[in-house]
Ligand binder design. Structure first.
Ligand code: GLY
Length: 573
C-alpha cells in the first residue's frame, strides 16, 4: 500500500499536538457531560434483564418484597453465582454503575485485587516464557474476590432490605437445586480436565464422576451455606471467620499465596463514573480500573464530529471502526488501577484529543494499525455476565460481573462451594504478551500487591430526552465494542429486543482486522469495506447483552435478553 505523504509523522504529530489540531479542525467542542439529575418521573413498574431466568425471577421476587433496584441486583448477582458459575460468582468480582432516583450516580468497583505475595515469576515458565497454566488455572490465577464485599456494600449503602433477605432466593436455588442449562453443561465439559485437578472442584462439578447431563437437578449446598453466612454477618461472613479461613487454607494447600490479611483488608472502591455527552445523550459508564468506559467515551468523542445519519453504511461503519482502532491503541498503553497509576484521563476524555484523532482518519481508507504510534488475537469470550435493573421508583443498576475465563480458575475452595476467579490473567503478567483476550498491557497494568487488574467491563446507562437505556454485555475485549454498538443502536431508536439482537463487529487495534458476526454486513458493505483496505474475518456470534429501556414519553419499560443463548430472561412487572 502506498501513501502520498509520511503518515507516521503526520499521525504522531497530530496525536501530540491535539489542541492545535482542534483549532484547525474548526468543529465545535463537545459539550461537557451534563451533571446528573433526578428524572422528573417514576416508571411505577420494574424491569430486569439477566442471563438466567432464575436470576431475573430472584430479582423480581426481592422487588415484590419491598426491595429496590439495588436489593434486586444483590438477588440477581447471587443467583447467577449459583446457576451461571461459568461466568461470575462470589469467588469473582463486579463493576456497577448506579443511578439513584434522586439523581445521584456512583460507580462501585468490586474488582478483585492481587494478593500481597503476588510474584510475577509465578507466571513464567523455567525458560522465562509466559506460563499460561498458572495465569489461568488453580489458586495462583485467582485474585482476592470482590463480589461478596460488593453485595454487602450494596445492601448497606443503597438497598432497603437486609442483605440476608436479598440473598434468600439464591440460597434457596442453591439448596433446593436447579437444572443446569446447556451452556453450563458445555462449560464444565470444556474445562473438565482442569476441574479434575482439584478434589473440591470434582465434588462440585463432576458429582457423578462426569459433567451433569441435560435435565438433571443439581444442588450446591456448600455455596448455599456460604451465602447464608454472608447474609448473616455481611463482609465478615466471607472474608473472616470460618469461610475466610477455609479459603486461605485451601488456596495455600494447593500452592497459592493468599493470607488472612489479604481477605480482611479487601476494600470496595466508590468512584465517579465517566459521563460523556454524545449528540444530545448522556452516557454514564465505567471508569478505571475498567478500560471500557474510557474507550467508549473516546470513541463517542471521535464520532461526535460526524453526522453518522448522513452517511451511507460503509462510510458509517468505517468511521466507527477507525474510532475503535484508536481507542484500543490507547487502552493498551495507558490504563490500569487508578489507585496505583497516574493516567492521562483528561487527555483521553478530552474533545480536543478526539478532534486530533479525527483528523488522522481518511474518509475512504482504512488506517493500518501499524501506521499508528506503536503500542494482539481475540477470543470473543463467552465468559462474564451482565444484568440491568430499573425499579418502580427509577433507581437503576447496570452491573457486569465476572470470574474471568469460563469457569474461572476451575478451583473450588474445599468446604465453601466457592469457585475462584482467574482474574490475575487480566494483569499484564508479562509485558507485551497477550492475555486470553489477546490484549496487550504495559507497566500501568503490571501486577502489584493489592492492585486491581484492568478490566474491559463496561456497565453503562444512556440518558436521552425521551428514553433511558441500561446496557452491558460479557465478552472480554469485545465488551467495549458491543456496548458502543448497543449505545449507538439505542440512540438510533432501537427497542431493547432490537439492541440485544443486533449483529456485531469488532476491531481492537491489534490484530488489525474487523471481526464480523454472520449477517452483520451485507455483501455490498463487506465489499466496500474491503476496498477501503479492511481485512474482515467471519466469527461465531459473541456476547450476551441484557438491556432494560425506559420510554419517558409513555412511561413504559422494556427488558430483553440476548437471543444468542437460551436461558436469559428480560421481564417487566
Ligand atoms: N475478566 C474480564 C474483564 O474484566 O474484562
Amino acid at each position: 500500500m502506498t501513501f502520498s505523504f509520511n503518515w507516521r509523522a503526520a499521525l504522531l504529530g497530530l496525536l501530540v499536538a491535539t489542541s492545535a489540531a482542534y483549532a484547525a479542525d474548526g468543529r465545535p467542542p463537545v459539550t461537557p457531560a451534563a451533571a446528573p439529575a433526578a428524572l422528573a418521573q417514576r416508571p411505577g413498574h420494574a424491569g430486569i434483564a439477566s442471563a438466567n431466568f432464575h436470576a431475573t425471577e430472584a430479582g423480581l421476587e426481592v422487588l415484590a418484597k419491598g426491595g429496590n433496584a439495588f436489593d434486586a441486583a444483590i438477588a440477581v448477582a447471587a443467583t447467577l453465582s449459583v446457576v451461571e458459575p461459568e461466568s461470575s460468582g462470589i469467588g469473582g468480582g463486579f463493576m456497577a454503575v448506579l443511578h439513584r432516583a434522586d439523581g445521584r450516580e456512583v460507580f462501585i468497583d468490586a474488582r478483585e485485587t492481587a494478593p500481597a505475595a503476588v510474584n510475577p515469576k509465578d507466571y513464567l515458565d523455567k525458560n522465562g516464557e509466559p506460563n499460561r497454566d498458572t495465569a489461568l488455572n488453580g489458586p495462583l490465577s485467582a485474585g482476592i474476590p470482590g463480589e461478596p464485599a460488593g453485595l454487602a456494600w450494596l445492601a448497606t449503602h443503597y438497598g432497603k432490605l437486609p442483605l440476608k433477605d436479598s440473598l434468600a432466593p439464591a440460597v434457596r436455588v442453591a439448596r433446593d437445586g436447579f437444572v443446569p442449562d446447556g451452556r453450563l453443561i458445555n462449560a464444565i465439559a470444556e474445562r473438565e480436565q482442569d476441574i479434575r485437578r482439584w478434589p473440591a472442584s470434582v465434588a462440585k462439578y463432576l458429582p457423578s464422576g462426569k459433567p451433569p447431563v441435560a435435565g438433571q437437578t443439581w444442588k450446591d449446598p456448600d455455596q448455599a451455606r456460604t451465602l447464608e453466612l454472608l447474609g448473616e454477618h455481611g463482609f465478615d461472613g466471607f472474608y473472616r471467620g470460618e469461610i475466610g479461613k477455609k479459603l486461605v487454607d485451601a488456596v495455600r494447600a494447593a500452592g497459592g499465596n493468599w493470607t488472612a490479611k489479604d481477605l480482611e483488608s479487601y476494600q470496595i472502591k466508590e468512584r465517579t463514573p465517566i459521563s460523556v455527552d454524545y449528540r444530545g445523550y448522556r452516557v454514564v459508564t465505567a471508569p478505571p480500573a475498567s478500560s471500557g468506559g474510557v474507550a467508549v467515551a473516546e470513541i463517542l468523542n471521535i464520532l461526535s464530529g460526524y453526522d453518522l445519519t448522513k452517511l451511507d453504511e460503509p462510510h458509517r461503519l468505517h468511521l466507527v471502526i477507525e474510532a475503535m482502532r484508536r481507542a484500543f491503541r490507547d487502552h493498551n498503553d495507558y490504563l490500569g488501577d487508578p489507585d496505583f497509576v497516574k493516567m492521562p484521563l483528561d487527555m483521553l476524555l478530552s474533545p480536543y484529543y478526539a478532534a486530533g484523532l479525527r483528523q488522522t482518519i481518511l474518509m475512504d481508507k482504512a488506517t493500518p494499525s501499524s501506521m499508528l504510534p506503536a503500542s494482539t488475537g481475540i477470543d470473543p469470550g463467552m465468559h462474564t455476565t451482565h444484568f440491568s435493573v430499573i425499579d418502580k421508583d427509577g433507581n437503576i443498576a447496570s452491573i457486569t460481573l465476572t470470574v474471568n475465563y469460563t469457569m474461572g480458575s476451575t478451583f473450588v475452595a474445599e468446604g465453601t462451594g466457592v469457585l475462584l476467579n482467574d482474574e490475575m490473567d487480566d494483569f499484564a503478567l508479562v509485558p507485551n504478551k497477550p492475555n486470553v483476550y489477546g490484549l496487550l498491557g504495559s507497566a500501568a497494568n503490571a501486577p502489584a500487591p493489592g492492585k486491581r487488574m484492568l478490566s474491559s467491563m463496561t456497565p453503562s446507562i444512556v440518558f436521552g430526552a425521551d428514553r433511558v437505556g441500561v446496557i452491558g454485555s460479557p465478552g472480554g475485549s469485545t465488551i467495549i465494542t458491543q456496548v458502543l454498538e448497543g449505545i449507538l443502536a439505542f440512540i438510533d431508536g432501537k427497542d431493547a429486543k432490537g439492541i440485544v439482537a443486533q449483529k456485531r463487529f469488532h476491531h481492537q487495534y491489534m490484530p488489525d482486522r474487523v471481526d464480523v458476526e454472520p449477517g452483520a454486513f451485507s455483501p455490498a458493505t463487506a465489499e466496500a469495506l474491503t476496498r477501503m483496505g479492511y481485512t474482515l474475518k467471519d466469527r461465531n456470534p459473541w456476547g450476551y447483552m441484557n438491556v432494560v429501556t425506559w420510554d419517558l414519553k409513555t412511561n413504559t419499560l422494556d427488558a430483553a435478553s440476548d437471543p444468542r443463548r437460551e436461558s436469559g430472561l428480560g421481564k417487566v412487572q
